[in-house]
Design a protein around this ligand. Structure first.
Ligand code: PLP
Length: 399
């Protein structure tokens, strides 16, 4: 018997659940792309994206997933032969670094492991040694989606400042924007990349690059610039079509408009951060109870270093995969795979829960309740009372 006749629940760290309102808004005929409502709708997105990122700088929008924004950030600011410093806390900063390397940029990586954040003192010490300022950019993730480590972005900014180093500070917020607090301007981030399919609840296909005046200055001497990714023509278009270097992504724009109505105008970005924090804490409380069984544990021990949007969980070998399969087949809940190389011994002992974007109490408790049932069905040792612990956190009455 399966118990999965109902609405499926996708609890993976992107793409996230798309609100029905976003889907409905996209269900309309192709609009006029030369004049009319689409122009105003497009223009209206920018201030809301600025609010989400807490910046006065207007982003450029690419018809691409997050990897596209990665490439855009690199090609707009760097030149062949430049050196960049990658701060690795899992796997995503490395992926961004590999892309830089293929473009002809030299990469130097500081590997902080996959259980803790980038240590600002180590970063500062390394930058202080770079007296000739060979390093042109410091690149990292706010949240690494594989490890679920969250870096302390203001502390890393302080490390650059402490070393009086002029490198650009480039941050990947693809998994954190709209979920975890981010204040691009106040935190001194020079280039920030994000996508629409995680915290922004829109089908994958749009990504964003935010850049400040310092990054715009670096653009002037970058020799990796290509016509399509060039942010200058997109940021200063003399014709509407130049915003997208071609036909605008009409239906994604409709969807994003609806999502930003919900996130910025109805909920408010600060309330969204608080909601994500609350749900994250409820999950951690459940995890602490499950961990009493001696088998499951969260990858990141220190709550201050955890993402509020994704949680990576370790099990004994094989259990993670069996649990995921049970939840999906019997319960209608899809959990995230561990992002370790498939086939490696670790692959089967890691899973991830995405708790980002369109998420309310029944969705969160439904995910936790399904996992709890799966642990019992699979005979995986776990402490009793996880749901009780989660609902206690959720019930704290200040919202
Ligand atoms: C999802 C993700 C990416 C990759 O985004 P795609 O849309 O899959 O290209 C990069 N970095 C982080 C931190 C992510 O979470």
């Amino acid at each position: 018997m399966a118990l999965n006749f109902g609405r499926p629940q996708l609890s993976i760290p992107g793409p996230s659940v798309i609100p029905d309102r976003v889907l409905a808004r996209m269900h309309q005929p192709s609009p006029n792309i030369y004049e009319g409502d689409l122009i105003g709708l497009t223009t209206s997105l920018f201030p809301d994206l600025q609010e989400v990122a807490q910046t006065r700088h207007t982003p450029v929008i690419y018809i691409a997933n997050g990897h596209g924004a990665w490439e855009a950030a690199l090609t707009n600011t760097l030149s062949r032969g430049d050196t960049v410093l990658i701060l690795s806390t899992g796997s995503f900063a490395n992926g961004w670094g590999e892309m830089a390397e293929e473009l002809g940029v030299t990469i130097e990586t500081i590997d902080f492991g996959a259980n803790s954040d980038a240590d600002p003192q180590i970063v500062q010490d390394r930058l202080a040694q770079d007296k000739t300022h060979t390093i042109k950019a410091v690149m990292t993730t706010q949240t690494d989606t594989a490890s679920s480590v969250q870096n302390n972005i203001p502390a890393l900014r302080a490390a650059l400042d402490g070393a009086a180093h002029p490198a650009l500070f480039m941050v990947d917020c693809i998994a954190s924007l709209g979920c975890d607090r981010h204040e691009m301007d106040a935190w001194g981030v020079d280039v920030m990349v994000a996508g629409c399919q995680k915290g922004l609840m829109t089908p994958v296909g749009l990504s964003f690059v935010f850049f400040n005046d310092k990054a715009a200055e670096a653009h002037k001497s970058a020799d990796l610039i290509t016509r399509y990714w060039n942010w200058d023509t997109r940021a200063n278009p003399d014709m509407f079509y130049k915003i997208f270097c071609g036909t605008p992504p009409t239906h994604h724009l409709f969807g994003l408009r609806e999502a930003l109505d919900m996130l910025v105008h109805e909920e408010g970005i600060k309330a969204a951060w608080a909601r994500h924090e609350r749900f994250a804490r409820s999950l951690w409380a459940a995890m602490d109870v499950w961990a009493e069984g001696g088998v499951l544990h969260m990858n990141v021990a220190d709550p201050a270093k955890r993402s509020h949007a994704v949680t990576t969980i370790m099990t004994a070998p094989g259990q993670a995969t069996r649990l995921r399969n049970w939840c999906e087949e019997k319960g209608g809940l899809t959990l995230g795979v561990g992002l370790l190389p498939a086939g490696s011994p670790e692959w089967d002992s890691v899973f991830r829960i995405g708790h980002m974007g369109h998420l309310n109490i029944p969705m969160m408790m439904g995910t936790l309740g399904t996992i709890d049932a799966g642990l019992k069905a699979m005979g995986i040792p776990h402490g009793q009372g996880a749901l009780q612990a989660a609902s206690q956190i959720i019930s704290e009455h200040d919202f």
